[in-house]
Design a protein around this ligand. Structure first.
Ligand SMILES: N[C@@H](CCC(=O)N[C@@H](CS)C(=O)NCC(=O)O)C(=O)O
Length: 225
């Protein structure tokens, strides 16, 4: 008899480069480990505020270290990360609120994972590889088209109306609150449900420990290689 799959929730925000690393690794493992992966797109700004934390990008020494760290991780994780020309403007001034509402709408509308995964990846790519805007409706409308999600123009229009609705704002707020309730102070956050207990891990650098705790094997960031 097959044992039931362990539910793993990934809380992430496309403004967070470490979220991108965590996102790609857990996507690579979703068919390697006996897990049922649930995407929980949430708002990192709300987590920072709600937990009383502040972004590491506000401390000069951390910024310098993260620069180096991320360029090493790009190769190790094989994720095509590129610094935007103005990271502070991208993360703090422009922010990710509308993009995360949009992603929430995509997920709600689909009720599944496939399009949410593709749209998330496209949003990560736009910020952290192509240095393109993710705040304007015109930019967001390019995303489902770019992932060839099979949406007609009227469906894309429908999504663009849906993402600014109070319902999607509330949904994003409640997902962010769920992350805070699990103890989040930053992203990515992975919550593993094993033996009716929730084990919470912060960071894209905790997969080895996470694998140990859920009884799976860690094969490095590129398990298929
Ligand atoms: N060591 C973690 C760092 C993750 C990280 O710095 N995440 C940022 C967002 S990109 C954050 O939320 N940081 C909160 C904090 O460090 O307190 C990793 O390798 O993934």
């Amino acid at each position: 008899m097959m044992t039931s799959k362990k539910v793993v929730e990934l809380f992430y925000d496309v403004a967070s480069p470490y979220s991108w690393l965590g996102f790609e690794v857990i996507c690579r493992y979703k068919n390697v480990w006996n897990i049922d992966l649930k995407f929980r797109p949430a708002f990192l700004g709300g987590v920072m505020k709600g937990s009383g934390n502040k972004s590491p990008a506000m401390v000069q020494k951390k910024v310098l270290y993260m620069d180096k760290d991320l360029s090493r991780l790009r190769d190790y994780f094989n994720v095509p990360m590129q610094h935007p020309a103005d990271p502070i403007g991208v993360i703090f001034k422009k922010g990710s609120l509308s993009a995360m509402r949009f992603l929430t709408a995509v997920q709600e509308r689909e009720g599944g994972n496939t399009m949410a995964e593709q749209v998330s990846r496209e949003l990560f790519l736009r910020i952290w590889n192509e240095d393109k805007d993710i705040t304007e409706p015109g930019s967001l409308s390019e995303v489902p088209a770019a992932v060839k999600a099979g949406l007609s123009e009227s469906e894309i229009k429908e999504l663009l109306e849906l993402y600014t609705s109070p319902k999607m704002k509330d949904k994003l707020r409640s997902t962010t609150q769920d992350a805070l309730d699990y103890g989040a102070f930053g992203f990515p956050l992975l919550v593993c449900h094993v033996n009716s207990k929730a084990e919470v891990f912060f960071g894209s650098d905790r997969f080895e420990l996470m694998a140990h705790c859920i009884g799976e094997k860690w094969l490095g960031p590129q398990p298929e290689k």
